[in-house]
Design a protein around this ligand. Sequence first.
Ligand code: ADP
Ligand code: ASP
Ligand code: MG
Length: 294
Amino acid sequence: MKFGGTSVGSIESLLNLRDIVNAEPKPVLVVVSAMGGFTNQLLAMCEQAQQRDISCLDILEAARKRHHDAIDGVVVESMRDEVHATIDRFVDDSLKPYYLALATNPHMPVDEIERMCDAIVAHGEILSSAIVAGMFDDGVPHLSLNYMRTVPDGNGRVLDWEETGRLVKDDFAAMDDGVHVAQGFISRDKDTGDVTNLGRGGSDYTAAILATLLDAEALEIWTDVDGFMTADPRTHPDATVIPQMTYAQAQEMCDAGAKVIYPPTIAPVAMKHIPVWVKNTFNPSAPGTVIIDE
Ligand code: ADP
Ligand code: ASP
Ligand code: MG
C-alpha cells in the first residue's frame, strides 16, 4: 500500500491512512512519500542555501513544527517521545549542518553539492515514515536506504534489480504479521553508498519494486483522486474514473503524462501479474481503478 504526499500530509489524512491500513489483513507493507510539499521545500532550501540565504532555516523550523504537530495528532502515546526525538535528531544533526555547509562553503565542488542535496531530499520520506510507523501498535519500521540500490545510467540512474532483490529478501526475511513501513523514493548508490533516489514521484516505483520482489497479492496506490481518470481532473473537471484498465493502457497514459502513477511503476508488477489498485485516501469507499492483464 503506497500513500502519496497528500495522503500523509495532514492529521486528517494520516487518520484516514490508519483506518485504511487497519482494515487490511496482515502482514501489510506501507510505503510512504514525504509529507505533501516537503520535498519541494527541501530542494528549494538547497537552492537558497547555495545563494547564502540562511532564511531557509526558518522554513526548516516550520517544517519541524509541522512534523511535531502531526506526531501529537496521530502517533500512539507510548511512541510519541521517541518519534519527536527522531524528528529533532534528523533536523538538528543532519539537515541543519548540511544547509549550513552549503551556505558557508563557496568552493564546494558541484558533485559534492549534488551529493549533499540528494542526502537532504531523502529526509522527506525518512521523517514521514517515522510518524507513520509510530501510528501502529504493531508497526515495524524498515529503512529503504538499506536495500534499494541504484547505479548510474547515462545522465540519470536506474535500479540495480539484482543487488536490490538480494537485500530486500534479507531485510524482509521475517515479514511476520504487523504493519511494515518503508520509505518510497530513496535509495543508495550500489558502489559508493551515497544516498540517491528514484526520481521525482518515485515512491510509486519503490512500492512496485517491493511488491514485485515480495510477491505481493496486490499493489495499492492511495492518492487524492478517486482512481485513474480519463484526464487530469485539475485541468479537466469533467474527467471520469476508469474502473478497469490493462497494464498496457495504464502504461500508455502514464507515458503521455498522467501523473497519478510514475511511469516506471507499471512494468515490474505487470511482469508478475500483480493487480494495481488506484484508490482515494480521502474517499476510501469509492471503488477506484484496478489495472490488470486483460
Ligand atoms: P501522490 O502524491 O499521491 O503521488 P500525485 O500528485 O503524484 O499524488 O498524483 C495524483 C494527481 O495526479 C491527482 O491529484 C491528479 O491531479 C493528477 N492526475 C494527472 N492525470 C491523472 C489521471 N489521468 N487520473 C487521475 N489523476 C491524474
Ligand atoms: N517525495 C518525492 C517527490 O515529491 C517522491 C514521491 O512523492 O513519490 O517527488
Ligand atoms: Mg505521485
